[in-house]
Design a protein around this ligand. Structure first.
Ligand code: ZN
Length: 281
């Protein structure tokens, strides 16, 4: 995918002209600084998805969004962007509509753990997973739970775009709590990759959020007629630029804080027992 080469319509570059530092474009000598004692660098991992996104957005929407966010933060901070995780956990979308690919939630958690452990082998001991898909949050929580207990030498966290900033958090749920292919996400895509948005389908793409007051959990075919939750017809480039800019600001601030962050009381000891093996699939 050529996602990381996309240039959003809003200028997200830093004032000092730092360019995107893409892990996979570097030769090993260019990554040697990560192992320098006290470098404190924070790596960014875009965590996306490949899944149906209603009739108007591409299946790679979440990956495009996650990569665009990480690239913009990297351009401001110089933080390296590791290869994206483009297929993640999309169980919530079921199999009715074409286009969805998924790992098991357990496998995604294992992939996230292994990303952090292998990045640390190159000296990158601080990693922030930048998530653009609601269905990945449980796996990210499981993975970071394992890591924080068994690898206290690492610092690993995750951030979801729809909660990174308070204004964005309000906009993200303006047309329903089930964030998917809706007003804010469609707006983001209008700002990031407008050529991939089917504008002619927007007006008829709305489908209401049917999750309000539900007690149990269901997959998309039980909740949505067309894979949409919300009102993409209300999407605008201006809203997309607002969401993009504020989210990039918030994640940039996290990277800057993360570079200097220490465990408040120092690193915890390693547990006196081994971690459970990675789950079988
Ligand atoms: Zn999405």
């Amino acid at each position: 995918m050529d996602a990381k080469r996309r240039v959003p319509s809003v200028d997200l570059r830093g004032d000092d002209g730092v360019s995107v530092r893409t892990w996979a474009d570097q030769a090993w000598p260019e990554l040697a600084d990560l192992a320098e004692r006290g470098s404190g660098e924070v790596g960014l991992v875009p965590v996306g998805a490949t899944e149906q996104h209603g009739p108007h957005l591409p299946t790679g929407t979440d990956t495009l969004v996650a990569v665009a966010l990480c690239d913009a933060v990297s351009a401001r901070t110089g933080a390296p962007v590791l290869p994206a995780i483009p297929v993640a956990c999309s169980y919530g979308h079921g199999t009715q509509l074409p286009g969805t690919l998924s790992l098991t939630p357990e496998l995604l958690a294992a992939v996230v753990r292994q990303y952090a452990e292998w990045a640390a082998a190159s000296g990158l001991t601080r990693v922030l997973f930048v998530n653009s898909h609601f269905g990945n949050t449980a796996s990210l929580a499981i993975a970071t739970d394992h890591l924080r207990l068994f690898r206290p030498d690492l610092q690993v966290g995750s951030v979801d775009w729809w909660t990174a900033d308070p204004v964005v958090a309000r906009e993200a749920v303006a047309d329903g709590d089930d964030v998917h292919a809706h007003r804010a996400e469609t707006s983001l895509m209008l700002a990031i990759a407008p050529e991939l948005v089917h504008l002619d389908r927007l007006a008829s793409a709305d489908d209401p959020d049917r999750t309000v007051d539900l007690v149990f959990r269901y997959t998309a075919p039980a909740l949505s007629t067309n894979g949409v939750t919300g009102r993409p017809s209300e999407a605008t480039v201006e809203l997309g630029e607002l969401v993009l800019t504020r989210t990039v600001d918030a994640i940039t601030a996290m990277v800057e804080r993360g570079r200097a962050e220490k465990p408040p009381l120092g690193p915890a000891p390693v547990p006196p027992f081994s971690p459970a093996p990675y789950p079988a699939h």
